[in-house]
Ligand binder design. Structure first.
Ligand SMILES: *Cc1c(COP(=O)(O)O)cnc(C)c1O
Length: 392
């Protein structure tokens, strides 16, 4: 063990303890903050008896999400994973179809493909965005892609390439312009896994609004939370209507009859959760500001250090949901993880690459040079809005 690294890590631990004003408590990676109308809105749902799958807060949440994501239609759903599942079905992903995505992601991205009977095709990420690489997509399509009358096919496997599903890692926007351009060329619809990137922008436009469909998550660990929940957003009104229909048991409107004319889902977000989400969304700009302040503190601290703090790229605004540093090597990463966690300052490595998981071992993958580089070096550090900020 290198005693110099040891010293650096203890400085980092001290700095994090200082900014969270916590001398010995466990410091989690990310915890929610409730500083607005949360209690008031939750009590409203109880007083009104509308706690379940319909209610005024669900409608209000959908309106707020349309405005925040600058899209024509937002649909509240029970969680982000089911939102991505439905989004892929909306753009036509069917059993046996291939979906281009990144191996460097949270498991929900790949699972949502598999729930539709689709096959993930794992392509590399860019080192700077940590999200799906337009070059990797272009290279794959040049080698395997074939345009036919009803879309793009993989000429080696014969399967349809039915969608492309990039993910905005930790809230840092992927190079979405290039991805959409390439996919349009090949007639492949883009679905954005924007679960982590609520409030992030690419060239001034909200993430989630570039593809045919985008999906956000409101899980307890995300930048704002509904307890559990998600939102599907789209600028295509017909897809918006279809999304609402599919996620509410595919029921045809009727005053009293039960007419379900397709296989639908009960993926509604309860009004109780929507109430919490509305209160949190009212404070979204506050969260974004406080995250940015914290990011600035980390940026200052890590200036000149071996661990490089990741900042947003030009032409993007990151929401700084989960902040991260890039260590020099796998060994330096392992030591950092060990020492911080032993000191009860929670840090986590980036995810295991999807093709290493038993259920995705047989999927296609490219060389993954960048993804493997990042897995060896990237570590998430505590990113909750500082407790000292709660009163401002
Ligand atoms: C959180 C997350 C999801 C899933 O959202 P849930 O609301 O937890 O189902 C999907 N994709 C990514 C990348 C996520 O981080």
């Amino acid at each position: 063990m290198n005693s110099l690294d040891n010293k650096k890590n203890s400085n980092t631990i001290k700095f994090i303890r200082d900014i969270y004003s916590s001398m010995d408590d466990f410091i989690p990676l990310h915890e929610p903050r409730f500083v607005g109308n949360e209690k008031k809105y939750l009590l409203d749902t109880i007083d009104s008896t509308f706690v379940s799958s319909v209610g005024a807060y669900v409608d209000k949440f959908e309106e707020m999400m349309q405005e925040i994501s600058q899209t024509k239609k937002a649909i509240a759903v029970v969680n982000g994973t089911s939102g991505i599942q439905v989004a892929l079905r909306l753009v036509g992903v069917n059993i046996g179809d291939e979906v281009l995505t990144q191996a460097l992601t949270f498991v929900a991205t790949a699972n949502a493909i598999a729930y539709n009977g689709g096959k993930p095709v794992f392509l590399d990420v860019d080192l700077d965005t940590m999200g799906l690489s337009p070059n990797a997509v272009q290279n794959f399509l040049e080698e395997y892609g074939e345009r036919r009358e009803d879309g793009c096919y993989n000429k080696k496997t014969g399967n349809k390439i039915a969608a492309c599903l990039p993910m905005h890692t930790f809230g840092f926007p992927v190079n979405i312009d290039e991805l959409v351009k390439i996919c349009n060329n090949w007639e492949i619809p883009v679905v954005e896994d924007a679960a982590e990137s609520l409030g992030s922008e690419y060239k001034g436009q909200p993430t989630g609004s570039f593809g045919e469909v985008g999906v956000f998550s409101f899980n307890g660990n995300k930048i704002v939370t509904s307890g559990g929940g998600g939102a599907i957003v789209t600028n295509n009104p017909a897809l918006g209507i279809k999304a609402k229909y599919l996620t509410t048991t595919a029921k045809q409107p009727h005053a009293y009859e039960y007419v379900h004319d397709e296989l639908g889902y009960n993926y509604r977000m309860p009004n109780l959760n929507a109430a919490l989400a509305c209160a949190q969304l009212e404070k979204l700009n506050w969260f974004l500001e406080k995250k940015r302040e914290l990011a600035k503190k980390y940026e200052e601290f890590f200036k000149g250090a071996d661990a490089k703090f990741r900042t947003e790229l030009p032409q993007t605004n990151a929401n700084y949901w989960l902040m991260c540093v890039e260590l020099e090597s796998r060994n330096a990463r392992d030591l950092f993880l060990k020492e911080t966690n032993e000191a009860k300052v929670m840090t986590r490595p980036i995810w295991e690459l999807m093709y290493k998981l038993p259920m995705y071992q047989d999927c296609f993958k490219d060389e993954q040079v960048n993804a493997r580089f990042l897995v060896d070096r990237i570590v998430n550090i505590p990113s909750s809005v500082l407790n000292t900020n709660i009163l401002n």
